[in-house]
Design a protein around this ligand. Structure first.
Ligand code: GTQ
Length: 350
């Protein structure tokens, strides 16, 4: 073998010289830039509601919703700490609003979803219409729409926030501004968006101005009833049980352009097939108990879940869902973005 030392020294010297010109050699990084599989730094993780709820409530004693603007504990992926990300592409947090509080009106280019985890009687307002929250409701704050939250009720309300913050950041397209008023004026009766678009009808001549669903709140009562009907009628999908996606009724596509949102029913004793997909997914457990068995690079991992727990499954990680009792799971991922870009891959494994 020839002596490689002089060559290594020459290369190191060369790297130093090009470094000053903001140049770097691709060949030193090619395998990390273009890995053979997703090779995600994102880790599976569970946030047990019983464990984190006391801290949410303590936060409620330390800062008001008004001062915080949004009183949220961010669900940070343990392998992405410090980046406010639950997956590489998405943000998640749990927001608390106490009786009598107001979270002031603002808008931003990031789109948000709310999924109500605990309590009823708080509202989110979007474009002059309020939706009064019930557990399991799925609510959309489209990009660049003014939104504020308030709680005229008598109990604390906690919901899951899902936002496309990292996606908008990737594009350097972040804008935000406050509404001149803390609470935006109510200009529409509650239920208007659902009446217009939630009954397989749409106003004649309606031309969508944005890709986001014109239904801004999908009540749990309706979504659950739909799922339950499927669960009684159909055999479950081997991996997903009975799974529906929230759609924009005008396009038939995803309710939000950047975030796919889903509700699924796993019948009692469901023992799901192993599955993997490139869209890392965040789950909020609505009803029931079960577990997810994951094959991670570090070995087999089991996440046991119950009501109001949250967990995340990274991209391309084989996993199987199991339910001890009838179980309802809400979930969200960057699936619509991957679909649009032709990137989505998924497979059910033997
Ligand atoms: O409710 O507007 O969790 O702007 C993060 C950023 C919630 C919100 C979050 C936000 C909001």
């Amino acid at each position: 073998m020839s002596n490689q030392a002089p060559l290594h020294a020459a290369r190191a010297d060369y790297y130093r010289r090009i470094d000053g010109l903001n140049l770097s050699p691709l060949w030193e990084n090619l395998h990390t830039l273009v890995p053979t599989t997703p090779d995600s730094p994102c880790a599976p993780a569970l946030w047990r509601f019983d464990e984190i709820r006391p801290y949410l409530m303590q936060g409620g004693e330390l800062i008001t919703a008004r001062e915080a603007v949004r009183r949220v504990l961010v669900l940070e992926n343990p392998a992405l700490r410090g980046s406010s990300r639950v997956t590489k592409a998405l943000y998640a947090g749990l927001q608390l609003i106490l009786p009598g509080e107001v979270a002031p009106s603002h808008r931003h280019t990031q789109s948000a979803l709310r999924f109500v985890v605990e309590g009823r009687g708080a509202y989110t307002a979007v474009d002059g219409e309020r939706h009064t929250m019930e557990p399991g409701d799925f609510i959309i704050t489209p990009s660049w729409t003014f939104h504020d939250h308030g709680n005229p009720g008598s109990e604390p309300v906690i919901w899951l926030d899902g936002l496309d913050i990292p996606i908008v950041d990737l594009c350097d397209a972040r804008f935000a501004e406050n509404h001149p008023l803390e609470v935006q004026p109510v200009t529409k009766a509650e239920g208007q968006s659902l009446a217009r678009f939630g009954n397989n009808m749409a106003p004649v001549g309606y031309a969508p101005a944005t890709p986001t669903s014109p239904i801004f709140a999908y009540p749990y009562r309706q979504s659950r009833a739909a799922l339950h009907a499927l669960a009684r009628a159909d055999a479950p999908d081997p991996a997903h049980g009975h799974k529906l996606q929230y759609i924009n009724p005008v396009t038939g596509g995803s309710a939000m352009p950047t975030i796919g949102t889903f509700l699924q029913w796993l019948p009692a004793d469901f023992n799901g097939a192993r599955h993997r997909s490139t869209d890392a997914t965040v789950f909020s457990v609505v009803e029931g108990r079960g577990e997810v068995v994951l094959d991670t690079p570090a070995g087999r991992e089991v996440i046991e879940f119950g009501p109001r727990d949250h967990f995340v499954i990274p991209s391309w990680t084989p996993h199987a869902l199991r339910a001890a009792t009838d179980t309802v799971l809400f979930s969200f991922s960057d699936r619509p973005v991957q679909r649009l870009l032709g990137l989505l891959r998924e497979e059910t494994l033997a």
